[in-house]
Design a protein around this ligand. Structure first.
Ligand code: A3P
Length: 298
């Protein structure tokens, strides 16, 4: 039995970080992985982005729900008041180690938090832990498409100002090869996040990382998952492919549309082609895309 009062005192099972841009299918991958009996995958933790528990609690209050979810998943049912008392003086690394101490020997904890890819210092902080990294890549135009649809859904019903803004955005698209300013910002963010992840992972040994494309995950899920699980030393579980419960994600944590789908939808890999063409991408984005070898589906 591990000593849970001292977070640095034992050898811990591995932590898996899913690194990706937002809107890359990271919630889907997390939920699929969470169906494996040796993987615990709560909603986004955000913990790595903060130096210690107290700062995390103050600056990302909603994320305590992900920690509570973790304890439910491991059968512990700890409430935030109890967690607060236990972790108040912990660094973030100590909180992770404490969480890992509740897992069985060959069980993994998944933390999928796309915001980690925004800064290399955050990614570097993970090296204090014994971690495995999954780099989830999705075509930038699919990410932009998803982001714009979500953004316009949030603005729907916001009245005349929103309608005026949407007219301006349509005009900008004509001026800038089909992508408006918001799309260009999202494109730049995607590029920066891939560069941050790519640079960071060059320092990680090959046996501690795996790259997976969203396009492969949704069009050939079994094959993609077998490869990923193989690198984790885990067997494939057919239940991972079965329909999943329609979970409603908390605002600000994960995919807000997740509850609208109950199975893997391969057609989403190509949906962006109805609205965008690769000709719209900036040269730097096309270059990064070429380097990443995202599979081009026809
Ligand atoms: P949209 O709902 O806008 O299409 P993330 O979790 O990283 O934010 O990614 C969200 C996106 O993952 C969704 O954005 C959708 O494209 C994709 N996704 C979510 N559930 C899916 C499913 N069941 N099958 C295929 N793709 C899915």
């Amino acid at each position: 039995m591990m000593d849970r009062s001292k977070p640095g005192a034992a050898t811990y099972p591995k932590l898996i970080f899913i690194l990706s841009s937002e809107r890359s299918g990271s919630t889907l991958l997390r939920v699929i992985l969470g169906k494996h009996p040796q993987i615990v995958a709560p909603a986004e933790l955000f913990l790595l982005a903060y130096p210690d528990y107290a700062t995390w609690r103050r600056e990302k209050p909603i994320a305590i729900e992900s920690l509570e979810e973790f304890f439910r998943l491991v059968g512990q049912n700890k409430h935030r008041a109890e967690i607060d008392i236990h972790c108040q003086n912990y660094t973030s690394t100590e909180v992770y180690r404490w969480m890992l101490s509740f897992l069985n020997e060959r069980t993994y904890l998944v933390d999928k938090t796309p915001a980690y890819a925004n800064r290399t210092e955050i990614l570097k902080a993970s090296t204090q832990l014994d971690s495995f990294y999954i780099w989830l890549i999705r075509h930038p135009l699919a990410v932009i498409d998803s982001y714009l649809r979500l953004r316009s859904k949030r603005r729907t019903g916001a009245g005349l100002r929103a309608r005026g803004r949407s007219f301006l955005e349509r005009a900008e698209r004509v001026l800038d090869r089909g992508l408006n300013r918001a799309a260009r910002r999202r494109e730049a963010k995607w590029v920066q996040q891939q560069i941050n992840i790519g640079r960071f992972l060059t320092s990680v040994p090959n046996n501690q990382k795996h790259t997976i494309c969203f396009e492969d995950l949704v069009t050939a899920p079994e094959c993609s998952l077998r490869r990923l699980l193989g690198d984790l030393g885990l067997a494939f579980e057919p239940a991972m492919l079965y329909p999943f419960p329609r979970q409603i994600m908390k605002r600000g944590i994960g995919d807000q549309n997740f509850h609208t789908r109950s199975q893997i939808q391969p057609e989403l890999a190509l949906q962006w082609k109805q609205r965008f063409s690769e000709q719209s991408l900036r040269p730097q984005t096309s270059e990064v895309l070429k380097m990443l070898k995202v599979r081009r589906l026809e």
